[in-house]
Design a protein around this ligand. Structure first.
Ligand code: HEC
Ligand code: HEC
Length: 450
């Protein structure tokens, strides 16, 4: 391990020229969490043990990897290949990835086809693909078109390195260092050097809580939920989009965000479970690690779907949405008014309630001004439907489906999907942008799965 750190710390002149000046990363302990546990805070030996354990489970930023627990292989779960297909509902993702690689590496692929191997030079931040190419070049037979492996020629193989590139965690950690670190921090603690100037703050992944998903039960996100966030960014926040990266790079960053989240949550659980009697037993470590992994596995089954045509907004629906929105909970309404206010400006009475003015990460939060017409998750009806249905993880905004409401004729019943649509239409009617222009007015999320 020591040897590995020493060699990767040497920055070659080439990478110096191409990369922004970002330091080599180290994973630091979550000291804010440690301070909350007196037993651990006073026990430096145990803290050192915890640090060692985390490195054993997850490696370092220069060599990140998951430790495989016994039995995972039997279930065909190999966490270092925990890529897209584990959770994917989208069959075409690989074809799109290959297309994107072909565009990104068109110059290199062309040069290989033409036999001009000197012209194959680095263009994108993708250390894995570059290393594989240099390796292939070193093993090039005299005739590049002679059979090389499994019936293909060396030339085919060389092209496939570029076409089929999918980053390792190591590649993605490197990309994270230059693209995400200054906001999200080395451990994904949301505490990079620019973080304190931002509102909302960059996400701390270590809670495992992500806001902009469309899943029930406060679930961890699916791979495709995070992919969309990276591809599109989050409107009206500092979180940029990364459309200039290749599909493969974005997939890899998703894998790395999940890796940091699993690592960080395992650390949090171990810190909170530590006590003088039990200390850090192997059993405690394995159970918590497994628990965190299981939480991510469940996500695929929890997406909110609507079976049927998306309904049209009618004046009656908007009026019913207004009734639910503006009627307080005590009077049988959906109680949006408590936070968002009668006209949706975000000035309801609970703004002053201490429980409703901080998020799960301890940062101040305000209900959104719904007249502004900018919705971070997207402004299509299906986006608002899902948002209102399930609430927003990590924030005071609660789940609404199933909540008890009272109709104007006095019937008490659970809030249903039609009610959610009506409120979505009402919310849309509050913003000044006309609904019809919504499709072209901004980067709406393109949910394929509704
Ligand atoms: C300029 C600062 C900045 C940079 C750079 C940045 N982010 Fe973010 N990111 C944010 C902010 C701010 C939020 C929180 C937005 C919110 O609360 O809605 C965020 C949120 C997120 C989320 C959480 C989404 C959710 O559903 O909760 C993920 C995942 C994420 N960023 C990943 C990344 C990755 C990966 C990179 C690098 C490729 C990156 N970010 C670069 C500022 C940044
Ligand atoms: C307890 C307070 C609270 C209640 C009750 C509440 N909200 Fe919210 N709502 C919030 C907060 C806080 C945010 C901002 C979250 C953020 O941006 O991270 C928000 C954001 C939103 C958004 C913006 C979503 C986006 O994509 O940007 C919509 C739409 C919304 N609320 C609708 C509703 C509706 C409709 C109801 C009632 C059915 C409701 N809210 C009830 C607190 C609340």
């Amino acid at each position: 391990m020591v040897v590995l750190l020493a060699t990767t710390a040497l920055v070659t002149p080439l990478s110096c020229k191409l990369e922004p000046r970002v330091p080599e990363l180290v994973y630091s302990p979550n000291s804010a969490e440690i301070e909350k546990n007196d037993d651990l805070a006073q026990d430096e030996a145990a803290q050192a043990q915890l640090e060692g354990l985390l490195q054993f489970l997850f490696g370092t930023p220069q060599a990140p990897s998951y430790l495989s627990l016994q039995g995972w292989g039997d279930d065909e779960f190999y966490p270092d290949d925990w890529g897209y297909d584990f959770v994917a509902t989208d069959d075409d993702w690989w074809d799109r990835l290959v297309d994107s690689n072909r565009r990104a590496y068109a110059r290199q692929i062309e040069a290989i086809k033409e036999g001009d191997f000197d012209a194959v030079t680095e263009s994108y931040e993708a250390p894995g693909v570059w290393d594989a190419w240099l390796d292939a070049l070193a093993n090039k037979p005299d005739d590049p078109d002679a059979e090389f492996d499994e019936g293909g020629s060396w030339r085919d193989y060389a092209v496939s390195i570029f076409e089929n590139y999918y980053p390792t965690l190591r590649d993605s950690a490197e990309l994270y260092r230059t693209q995400c670190f200054h906001c999200h921090g080395a451990e994904g603690g949301g505490n990079g050097s620019t973080a304190e100037f931002l509102n909302p703050r960059p996400r701390d992944y270590r809670h495992g809580t992500f806001k902009w998903t469309a899943l029930r039960d406060k679930s961890r996100p699916r791979h495709e939920d995070l992919f969309r966030i990276l591809a599109e960014g989050i409107r009206t926040t500092a979180m940029p989009n990364f459309r200039r990266l290749t599909d493969a790079q974005i997939h890899g960053l998703v894998d790395y965000v999940r890796f940091l989240a699993v690592r960080g949550e395992t650390e949090r659980l171990l810190i909170s479970d530590f006590n003088e009697d039990e200390r850090l037993s192997t059993q405690m470590v394995e159970e918590n690690y497994q628990l965190v992994i299981d939480r991510w596995h469940k996500a695929a089954d929890l997406v909110i779907t609507y079976d049927g045509e998306v309904p049209r907004a009618t004046p009656e629906r908007i009026e019913h949405g207004r009734y639910l929105f503006t009627t307080p909970g005590e009077e049988g309404g959906a109680n949006c008014v408590a936070c968002h206010g009668t006209t949706g400006l975000g000035d309801g009475p609970s703004v002053n309630d201490p429980d409703n003015s901080v998020d799960d990460w301890g940062n101040p939060i305000k209900p959104r001004n719904l007249q502004s017409g900018t919705f971070r998750f997207g402004r299509r009806p299906i986006d608002l439907f899902r948002r209102i249905y399930v609430g927003i993880n990590g924030t005071p905004m609660p789940e609404h489906i199933g909540q008890q409401i009272t109709d104007s004729d006095g019937t008490v019943r659970p809030l249903n999907e039609e009610d959610v649509w009506d409120m979505a239409f009402f919310v849309r009617s509050l913003s000044t942008e006309p609904m019809e222009s919504a499709g072209t007015s901004g980067p709406d999320r393109e949910h394929s799965d509704h």
